[in-house]
Design a protein around this ligand. Structure first.
Ligand code: AMP
Ligand code: MG
Length: 437
């Protein structure tokens, strides 16, 4: 795929494949990361207690301070013994039970030949034992003896070895991990109480448009409430960032320029919505030319065709560049372009190793009309059909301004650039909203 600079003039006229746009964004973010590292900003790391580390990005590999398990222990409730006794032609083995080992309460005696120890799951393997026969495979011969068929197991079975999960000094969690509940549990299991994570990105948001009203104000004729800042706030909160809300900006060049400068001064990333469609882009473009390198893209996708992207560099008093996304104004297009472009860029900029949201597939319950030559994101509901197979149904009208169908949906059906109409029963790609949107 060809590499594209965001202010390449070709982008102003021709339609860009979503993959090309993603590649251009990722390349630019990579450049910013290198720039920031050479300016010494790579040390933007803070240490936080485990209970505050959820959704943060791990800044350095977490090396395990201990072996896990710390010592050999039993994987089953049963009887521990020296597996040497299995080296016989007898099918039936009989052992004398000389005591019990509990989890957290080890048995310190020695187990001799012909003897065994009743043992609980997680209890330390007693000295001289290397094998555990599960309780259910044994029969009590009398109060003190068990018998079992030796074909049930081989030497070393049902024993967890010291360091089997993780060896001391080896990476338990790699740098770049977006920390999930299991990672916090894993760190705790190693006795680690604090983690080194990346500083939260500062992301400024603003809405542009003369027609926008603030919540709490009466809705005058021709006005609409500004919803984009709220959906963007929700989307950003999923990523645990610091949000700087710069409010609504009117459609006049001076206010817009002042607002962009103020927002860029405070933030690592600026996300605006509105003002990039054909009718309005001209003065936005002019401002952007003064403030930085920003391309105005027509992306071959629906919804979300117009989008501006680049960096603001000429910000007085600020040496580092601010990443800029000028999202379309339509409420659904804002969410789709965020999902498709902004989310991964924010994660990448903050050092995350995994930036792409997971995709899965489901059977389309109905035919879907689709034009080849653009990527489409249709709002849909994922469920199951009578056979228990995952099926997906589009939520009615797909207009880019219809937020209700977005609110009712639980996933996107993503129809690729070259794909044509979908027939009922075809498998389609889907992206679940849960945890993402
Ligand atoms: P624009 O990209 O500015 O031409 O806006 C496209 C459409 O989205 C228009 O119908 C706008 O009224 C609407 N729109 C723009 N900004 C917002 C916003 N912040 N909240 C809700 N709708 C918006
Ligand atoms: Mg507008």
């Amino acid at each position: 795929m060809k590499s594209i600079s965001p202010n390449d003039p070709i982008l102003l006229t021709s339609s860009l494949h979503v993959d090309e746009a993603r590649k251009a964004i990722s390349d630019l973010v990579n450049g910013l990361i290198h720039e920031s590292a050479s300016n010494g900003n790579a040390t933007d790391i803070e240490t936080v207690p485990l209970d505050q580390a959820i959704n943060r990005i791990l800044a350095r590999d977490l090396l395990s301070p201990i072996n896990v398990p710390a010592a050999d222990n039993s994987a089953m409730d049963g009887f521990a013994f020296d597996g040497k006794c299995l080296d016989t032609t007898d099918t039936e083995i009989s052992l004398r039970v000389i005591g019990t080992a509990f989890a957290g309460k080890p048995y310190d005696g020695q187990i001799g030949s012909g003897q065994c120890l009743k043992i609980m799951t997680g209890a330390l393997m007693p000295s001289g034992c290397d094998t555990v026969i599960p309780q259910e495979f044994t029969t009590a011969k009398d109060e003190h003896f068990i018998i079992f068929d030796q074909s049930q197991l081989k030497r070393g079975d049902n024993r967890r070895l010291c360091g089997e999960d993780l060896q001391e000094g080896k990476p338990a969690i790699a740098a770049g991990r977006l920390l999930r509940p299991s990672d916090l549990g894993l760190a705790a299991s190693l006795g680690v109480a604090k983690l080194e994570v990346k500083r939260k990105l500062r992301v400024a948001i603003l809405s542009s448009g003369d027609e926008l009203s603030t919540l709490g104000q009466p809705l005058d004729a021709g006005k609409i409430y500004d919803s984009n800042r709220y959906s963007l706030t929700g989307l950003l909160n999923r990523l645990d960032l610091e949000i700087i809300d710069c409010g609504i900006v009117r459609d006049d060049p001076a206010s817009l320029k002042a607002a962009f400068i103020e927002a860029a001064t405070k933030a690592d990333v600026l996300i605006s919505s509105g003002g990039v469609s054909v009718g309005e882009a001209d003065f936005t473009k002019q401002i952007m030319q003064e403030l930085g390198d920003v391309g105005f893209w027509k992306i071959a996708m629906r919804p979300g065709r117009p989008m501006a992207f680049g960096t603001l560099k000429a910000i007085p008093g600020k040496s580092s560049a601010t990443l800029f996304f000028g999202l379309p104004g339509n409420p659904v297009a804002v969410m789709v372009t965020f999902y498709q472009f902004v989310r991964a860029a924010l994660l990448q900029l903050n050092g995350a190793s995994q930036t792409e949201p997971p995709l899965t597939q489901a059977i389309s319950a109905e035919p879907i009309r689709k034009k080849a030559g653009r990527t489409e994101f249709q709002r849909a509901i994922l469920g199951r059909n009578a056979d228990g197979k995952p099926t997906v149904k589009i939520t009615g009208s797909q207009g880019a301004g219809i937020l209700r169908s977005m609110s009712e949906a639980n996933c996107f059906v993503i129809l690729g650039h070259d794909q044509g109409n979908v027939a009922a029963g075809d498998w389609v790609d889907i992206a679940l909203f849960d945890g993402l949107l």
